[in-house]
Design a protein around this ligand. Sequence first.
Ligand SMILES: Nc1nc2c(c(=O)[nH]1)N[C@H]1C(S)=C(S)[C@@H](COP(=O)(O)OP(=O)(O)OC[C@H]3O[C@@H](n4cnc5c(N)ncnc54)[C@H](O)[C@@H]3O)O[C@H]1N2
Ligand code: MOO
Length: 403
Amino acid sequence: MRQQQRSQPGSAPLDWAAARRTTYEAGLLAKLLPVRYPIGQADGATLAEALRTLTPLPAFPTSSVDGYAVRGEGPWRLSGRVLAGGEPGELRDGTAVEIATGAMVPERTERLIRVENATVADGHVSVENIPGPRVDVREIGEEAGSGEELLPEGHPVTPGVIGLAASCGHDLISVRPKPRAALLIFGDELAVTGPPGHGRVRDALGPSLPSMLAHAGAEPVPGFRPRGPIDDTLEAHVSALRAALDDADVVCTTGGTMHGPVDHLHPALAELGASYVVNTVAVRPGFPMLVAALPGDRFVVGLPGNPQSAIVAVVSLVLPLLAGLSGRDFPATSTVELGADIAGRGDYTHLSLVKINGRKAYPLPHAGSAMLRGLAAADGFAIIPPGEHGSAGQQVGFVRIPS
Ligand SMILES: Nc1nc2c(c(=O)[nH]1)N[C@H]1C(S)=C(S)[C@@H](COP(=O)(O)OP(=O)(O)OC[C@H]3O[C@@H](n4cnc5c(N)ncnc54)[C@H](O)[C@@H]3O)O[C@H]1N2
Ligand code: MOO
């Protein structure tokens, strides 16, 4: 495991922006090894080397219309036909060949006559208004020269990138795969079915976080199911973490981030030889969140048990960690205009649930850290920096909830 800057156990909460950056850099130092994927399976992965075209684009001069390729003075004697996929011979002076959209333009072609402008009679093609030279020809290399870089290393692979890779001749591409993620639910007081009551709350994170992690760019480990609730013993926590770390690059845990009598996360991490990348963050809600690095370039992200705090930890720490492990750029925040005032949280960054309406962000009610009502209606969090408060009309940072 490589060395990196880390906050120590018991140290003061790290500034929110610094925690995101530190987590990203830890991920980048441990970025996943490149693999070669068939292009059709690479969606969501990240380019591990620049995407270059294997040929000029287009690879040959191409007609962008249905019509006639002609050379010399008209009318032109119709001497054949070239369809898409065919390889035509050279065009002779005074002749025309019928040509289809996408077909290779014969050598020595001077002009293309669109079919709707052409008149064909007695085996000859004529046109009233002669078009300019090679209008409607897509020239060889017009989009890119052979070997030209089209996208840099670190670029996310999207369906558009896959199409581009195919168009320039690739069958396999070198990518960093999506980091594999697993989820452990701590808190054996949680009910996993039926209504809450009699002191038991319903586990809201086990059913929701797997798809949020997938939307965030992680790959569920094969056979992935959130494991838990894990028994409230140190032994059960250690063995659950060990098993999850066998399969996953990133193990997210929920609950147990504090130091209560049945909060076993910190002791379990110590037993596994983990070192903290980030241990508590100066953000509200969610400050007990943590990231720990384990031998073998594996990571544990401790999400606080209060459900909204867990989601704050996803956007604060999981997103930068996944970006780093994938070799992507740092996930910068965007900005929004506030539609109403939002209070600050003193020395802490305040992540405030907001709904985007038109071009403005409005804070939501029911935004307590134990509540999910505001969260379910929200698009993301407005970011109110330490020592500030947000006023209507002000531009502030914004981070979207993966969905
Ligand atoms: N003495 C102090 N106590 C607490 C402090 C503090 O500063 N001093 N901080 C509070 C804050 S802030 C948070 S956040 C929580 C974090 O606690 P843990 O991560 O140890 O989480 P738990 O104690 O296990 O649970 C907290 C809360 O969330 C509910 N929970 C847990 N898991 C789930 C789940 N999967 N689905 C739904 N709800 C869940 C759990 O029932 C508790 O109500 O600590 C505070 N305490
Ligand atoms: O800050 Mo805790 O993380 O309120 O819920």
